[in-house]
Design a protein around this ligand. Sequence first.
Ligand code: ZN
Ligand code: ZN
Length: 264
Amino acid sequence: MGLPADGHVHSQWSWDAPDGDMARTCARAVELGLPAVAFTEHVDLTPWTMPDDQVLLGRPFDVAGYRAALDECRDRYPTLRILSGVEFSEPHWHAAELRALLAGGFDRVLGSVHARPAGDGRFLEMSTAYETLPAAEVVRDYLAEAARMVATNTDFEVLAHLDYPLRYWPATAGPGDITAFEPEFRETLAAVHRSGRILEVNTRQVFHADLLDWWRAAGGRAVTFGSDAHDPDALARQFRAAADAAAAHGFRAGPDPVGPWTRE
Ligand SMILES: [Zn+2]
Ligand SMILES: [Zn+2]
């Protein structure tokens, strides 16, 4: 069984990927035998309050420069399918901006939650949220926000990294075990299924096979895989394990190598 397409990759066109390199990432994809790669660059319009209390706003996405680089890579790596894409933060809070951006046409649109409202006009990035709130509350609120996001008719097809808050789980709060939040994950996954959206299996840090279990139980039919690489070396990291786990849960590659893996 071959590796699946990497549907969540950042390059130098993402403001937070100084080591990103689209051309080298494509070379790496060919080397690994990936059928396709989607460059889903960051569009982060929510001003994030970081742990040092600084407000961080993602740099604007240079769409023209990005598209020129994509064309160049498509010429240089003709055997690789190279998809355009964006990872849009909290798209349900910025629906008009998302609609305007998508008028340009993108192959893959990821929706993700990175921040939460603080209740005083600020938006706490997850790492900041843990400094001011009980850890379990941060995870539960994150999942509730993701459920609200997928319940809107915002135009994105894949829900990225639902386990994102666990990346920043503070050591002081004990082991960050995903199964401690099983009911909340299941509830949000049911909302994802109702929305008709696809669940991303994100392998940037800990790969949580439990999500596949719960997604299948919720009726989930389709998954994509995303390394969330911010540099070429991280491309498709842990994909063997993720693909094997997905296959064990009944998900299979379809005829289109860039499409999601689906189950009957
Ligand atoms: Zn993200
Ligand atoms: Zn990402």
